[in-house]
Design a protein around this ligand. Structure first.
Ligand code: NAG
Ligand code: NAG
Ligand code: NAG
Ligand code: NAG
Ligand code: NAG
Length: 314
């Protein structure tokens, strides 16, 4: 593995050499190889913080955005796509299209948060809040009406519980009082459909807003339940959707028994998702679970018709 700064030294040294010798044409190809190795072998996350622009790169607005859903597996999807040599990813959730105070800063501000990329690379940003934001679809369409969108979804009931779990741990960590899942979800014996986490799982309601601005073939839906169990086939579908050569391989993944899910091996380094991912969920009362399943059933059916695809959700 060539560390990034060393790789640049190599390229620079090579440039000096070829200049001194009056570079013959075929050296151009070797330079390209060296440059691509910089991209391939560097710790990609170093691009994010890089203030010095690597030669031949620029910051691009995303050609693809992961729009959600919160707790659907967006971080896992982004990290896994980052394996691909033709993909660079934004380090943080930018919240450009869903937060007015960021949107008013303009497109140049947005671009300035993107990593440096080569001409053959696609820039991807992920902000899970976009999916449920009323403004995001129109604003993204204004930026690029032919953009390709990725949406990762999982069983809506599971998503509600995962959403609750995240808030639960955040409150525990900041010593705030917590409520039982059942006490939030059930109010006066009935399902509390005003609960934000339940609202976010109404995929048909949110999808309808996106389909007002984008055609279905611009939105690729990743099955979050499948991605966690068996990442490769889902990622290969994304590669095809993005018209990228197939570069992500089974050797890029290894199963971590302790964590109970896959970790990533690429560029000679290994990384697992942050500890906050894959936290154990509370055991939810069966009656309450059934209430949730039956509430979502009709919405799911509507969603399947809308996207012309079924999922094996409850
Ligand atoms: C990758 O870069 C990040 C940020 O510079 C650093 O924290 C991390 O330790 C690096 N990982 C490896 C394996 O070099
Ligand atoms: C818009 O998105 C499409 C699809 O990703 C991409 O090919 C095109 O370059 C993008 N246009 C701009 C201006 O970024
Ligand atoms: C597997 O996960 C555990 C628990 O998070 C972690 O301590 C360990 O380093 C991981 N092992 C590998 C090989 O990634
Ligand atoms: C589950 O909740 C229902 C009311 O919603 C209650 O009647 C039942 O006793 C609960 N079951 C358990 C095992 O707590
Ligand atoms: C729906 O999907 C089927 C097969 O999956 C396909 O043959 C059909 O053309 C699709 N319809 C629309 C409207 O996309």
């Amino acid at each position: 593995i060539i560390p990034l700064h060393m790789a640049f030294l190599l390229v620079s040294a090579y440039l000096l050499l070829t200049h001194a010798q009056g570079a013959p044409a075929e050296h151009g190809a070797l330079l390209e190889t060296l440059k691509s190795q910089v991209g391939l072998f560097s710790n990609k996350s170093e691009h994010y913080s890089a203030q010095v622009r690597p030669p031949g790169t620029s910051r691009q607005i995303p050609q693809t955005i992961i729009i959600g859903v919160r707790k659907g597996g967006t971080r896992a999807l982004l990290e896994m796509l980052d394996i691909h040599p033709n993909i660079v990813v934004a380090a943080t959730e930018v919240h450009f299209f869903d937060w007015d105070e960021n949107y008013v800063k303009g497109i140049d501000w947005y671009r300035s948060l993107m990593p440096f990329s080569y001409g053959n690379q696609i820039t991807i940003e992920k902000t899970p809040g976009y999916f449920t934001s009323p403004q995001a679809p129109g604003r993204i369409h204004d930026m690029n009406s032919s953009i390709k969108l990725l949406l990762i979804l999982r069983d809506p009931t599971e998503r509600v519980i995962s959403d609750y779990t995240q808030v639960y741990y955040n409150r525990v960590e900041s010593h705030k009082p917590v409520q039982l899942f059942e006490d939030i979800v059930i109010k006066n014996g009935a399902l509390n459909t005003k609960y934000k986490a339940i609202q976010r799982s109404l995929y048909d309601v949110h999808m309808e807003k996106w389909l007002k601005h984008f055609s279905l073939d611009q939105i690729h839906i990743v099955d979050g339940n499948t991605l966690i169990k068996d990442p490769l086939p889902e990622l290969q579908k994304v590669e095809r959707f993005l018209n990228l050569p197939s570069r992500i391989m089974s050797s890029n993944f290894y199963f971590n028994q302790t964590k109970g899910f896959y970790c990533i091996r690429s560029d000679g380094r290994e990384r697992c998702l942050h500890e906050s991912k894959g936290r154990p969920h509370p055991l939810v009362n069966n009656t309450v679970l059934e209430q949730l399943y039956s509430y979502f059933r009709e919405h799911n059916a509507k969603f399947y018709r809308m996207v012309n695809h079924s999922f094996d959700w409850h």
